[in-house]
Design a protein around this ligand. Structure first.
Ligand code: MYA
Length: 215
């Protein structure tokens, strides 16, 4: 039986291809470091030309957000697995036979925290997102109100990280989920999350408004 993808299906064309190319750019910049200083003025000029070319296509923010949320299927734009988001590491999560999620990702120097190892905030983002998707797959669209995370072992840059997440249950408006990041057999990060359902209209409305509309 073919495995089910819980996150967006990556494409190798269009905005997905632009996002991938931008990830390669960010990786090259972080690897090169100050070695590009002498060429920096020309690089900036070239990048500014590209930015202006892309910006010419950008609608205003409310319209763009509305378009994002009209797209069918899993989010293509989020910062932890959004195929259209150049800041997002390329994470795909698959549904296991027991309904839990499993995925793999390899992170480069742009995600470094302590020397040679992944930043804790990046691990927390991977966990928060995977736990949220685990709830969504179980039928519960919910936002995080609490994330309890333990960093048990540092994750080396360039290692293959296995992401595991499962929905653990519902208690009124709250849903719970938990997960792990592993490298080989070593459990490096564990997390449990509390989420609040988006099922009542006032909660949904809160998240629909932009900050300037809330003032
Ligand atoms: C649009 C769809 C989105 C989803 C897509 C899914 C897939 C994508 C996955 C994306 C994944 C990415 C995920 C993200 O990045 S989500 C982004 C980060 N999270 C947020 O921005 C949420 C910010 N919080 C709020 O806006 C409010 O708190 C909300 C609206 C959620 C509830 O405020 P409201 O005033 O309405 O309710 P309440 O205060 O009575 O609280 C309700 C209940 O919750 C309990 N509680 C509160 N805090 C905590 C806590 N820290 N630990 C444990 N429990 C806590 C509280 O005791 C109460 O329980 P009970 O007394 O009823 O028993």
């Amino acid at each position: 039986m073919e495995a089910t993808l819980a996150t967006a299906q990556p494409r190798d064309t269009g905005i997905d291809a632009v996002a991938s190319a931008t990830r390669r750019l960010v990786d090259a910049i972080t690897r090169a470091g100050g070695a590009i200083d002498a060429d920096a003025d020309r690089i900036v000029a070239d990048l500014d030309v590209l930015t202006a070319r892309i910006d010419a296509h950008a609608p205003d923010l409310p319209e763009r957000i509305a378009t994002m949320w009209r797209q069918p299927g899993p989010g293509r734009f989020d910062p932890a697995g959004g195929t259209e988001n150049p800041l997002s590491p390329p994470v795909s999560l698959w549904v296991e036979p027991d309904g839990s999620l499993r995925g793999e990702v390899t992170l480069g120097l742009a995600f470094q925290g302590p020397p040679g190892h992944i930043h804790g905030g990046t691990s927390a983002m991977l966990m928060d997102h995977a736990l949220g998707i685990a709830n969504a797959r179980a039928g519960y669209a919910a936002v995080t109100v609490g994330l309890d995370i333990s960093f048990r072992a540092a994750i080396p840059i360039g290692s293959t990280i296995t992401i595991l997440a499962r929905h653990d249950g519902r208690d009124g408006r709250k849903v719970r989920s938990s997960g792990e990041l592993r490298v080989g057999d070593l459990t490096c990060v564990t997390a449990t999350g509390t989420f609040v359902l988006m099922d009542d209209p006032s909660t949904r409305e809160k998240f629909r408004r932009l900050p300037r509309e809330q003032a």
